[in-house]
Write a protein that binds this ligand. Structure first.
Ligand code: 3PG
Length: 220
């Protein structure tokens, strides 16, 4: 998958489900639930010891775009790419990590929440950035303020996004997609039943489609 294919997939679905999977045996049912729910994207975070195994297991699904999240070291860049990650997400902006990803030829979305960080990321050639932690960094209000200053930057707000505020974020022209854990939280499948995850994914997909359609209507 090319760099631009990753962005196109994010632009089409506008959602990045963020997962911290503790049991690698959950990789396949989660992958299948995402595909069944019409959301072929997964961000597996390096917050658990099962992350690398989950990346390997989920990246076997050709139709699923699998990325690695919470990338906080240069080593994790290589580790993630080796395990099949096709995009990387970092909570903050570290030039060394961005450059390591660029050397691997894999898209990276580092977290930023200030104009200075946007500028530094921009100087490394990035045009799509994670906005993190979105909720506590001013949410949609801050994204509106950043828009005229950085007209070529698209954001992926993450952190505090939920079914309640998703449409508000997605209605902003400088938001490419929203990231979040709400639809794939471990407590939704504690008993091994993935139906609640499927329901939450379907609801999020529906909300994202509504937001995209209403943006399209407004632009006519
Ligand atoms: C992330 O890793 O991007 C965030 O922790 C996800 O934030 P959320 O749990 O508020 O969705």
């Amino acid at each position: 998958m090319q760099f631009s294919d990753v962005e196109q997939r994010l632009e089409r679905h506008r959602l990045v489900p963020v997962m911290a999977i503790h049991d690698e045996g959950h990789a396949e049912p989660l992958a299948e639930t995402l595909l069944a729910g019409g959301l072929p994207i997964a961000e597996i975070t390096f917050r658990t010891s099962a992350a690398e195994a989950c990346l390997r297991r989920m990246s076997k699904y050709d139709d699923l775009l699998v990325g690695a999240g919470t990338v906080t070291t240069v080593n994790q860049v290589g580790q993630a790419v080796q395990a099949g990650a096709r995009f990387l997400v970092s909570p903050g902006f570290a030039p060394q990590i961005v450059q390591a990803a660029q050397a691997e030829g894999v898209p990276i979305y580092p977290g930023v929440c200030t104009p200075s960080e946007v500028m530094q990321a921009s100087l490394l050639g990035l045009e799509t950035l994670k906005f993190f932690p979105a909720g506590s960094s001013g949410g949609p209000k801050s994204l509106r303020a950043l828009a005229p200053v950085f007209p070529n930057i698209r954001f992926i707000p993450t952190g505090g996004v939920s079914a309640e505020n998703l449409k508000e974020y997605l209605s902003l022209p400088n938001v490419l997609a929203c990231g979040g854990s709400w639809m794939v939280k471990t407590n939704l499948f504690q008993d091994g039943n993935f139906e609640p995850v499927l329901t939450a994914i379907r609801e999020a997909v529906q909300l994202a489609n509504q937001a995209t359609n209403s943006n399209f209507e407004k632009s006519k």
